[in-house]
Design a protein around this ligand. Structure first.
Ligand SMILES: Cc1cc2nc3c(=O)[nH]c(=O)nc-3n(C[C@H](O)[C@H](O)[C@H](O)COP(=O)(O)O)c2cc1C
Length: 171
């Protein structure tokens, strides 16, 4: 799929078919995330693939967003240790930035594979860490259900006008 087509096609999907994505497909998606830029190439982001249905159900409970989603065959959970990236000149950490870039690569690669995803950022992090036995030093900054969409969405949801978000030369 051509790049701009992928970008336009990526939408947040919340309803999935039960068919499990192929292992090779999942590996290609993770390989795409592996190519993402990170602070000093530190590559701190790691991915937990969840296909066991008991665990998938537990993850939904920890997300707790109810009927907004139906079940999905699997999840990709992204994790990064706070030490997994650098800090800027103000001492502010860059690990959430590295995480965001890598996880967006996941979403775009999933789209290119014909899969639906939805970045989930609102969940009980402690519960997810407990369910997946994630070591204390890691943060869980996002996770996504992954599966074939029940129904394709329109290519674009509403966005601000280009003029509203673009400043040429100065603010
Ligand atoms: C950091 C982040 C966190 C998000 N968290 C959630 C979430 O917890 N639940 C949810 O249903 N969607 C979540 N979303 C999806 C957004 O609601 C969605 O991207 C936005 O409404 C635009 O729609 P689109 O992705 O279909 O273009 C999140 C997106 C981002 C980038």
């Amino acid at each position: 799929m051509e790049f701009y087509e992928v970008v336009k096609k990526r939408r947040s999907y919340r309803f999935f078919k039960s068919e499990m994505p192929e292992k090779d497909t999942i590996k290609r998606i993770i390989k795409a995330a592996r190519l993402a830029p990170t602070w000093a190439n530190m590559q701190g982001v790691e991915y937990i693939i969840i296909q066991d249905q008991d665990t998938v159900n537990k993850i939904w409970e920890a997300i707790g967003q109810g009927e907004k989603f139906n079940n999905a065959p699997m999840f990709i959970v992204g994790i990064i240790p706070e030490s997994g990236s650098g800090k800027n000149k103000n001492g502010e950490p860059y690990y959430p930035v590295d995480f965001g870039i890598c996880f967006e690569h996941i979403m775009l690669a999933a789209t290119a594979e014909g899969l639906g995803s939805c970045w989930i950022g609102f969940f009980n992090e402690d519960k997810i860490k407990q369910i997946l036995e994630i070591p204390k030093k890691y943060r869980v900054l996002g996770l996504t259900p992954l599966g074939y969409p029940q129904k394709e969405k329109e290519e674009i949801s509403s966005r601000k006008d280009l003029e509203e978000i673009t400043h040429w030369e100065s603010f």
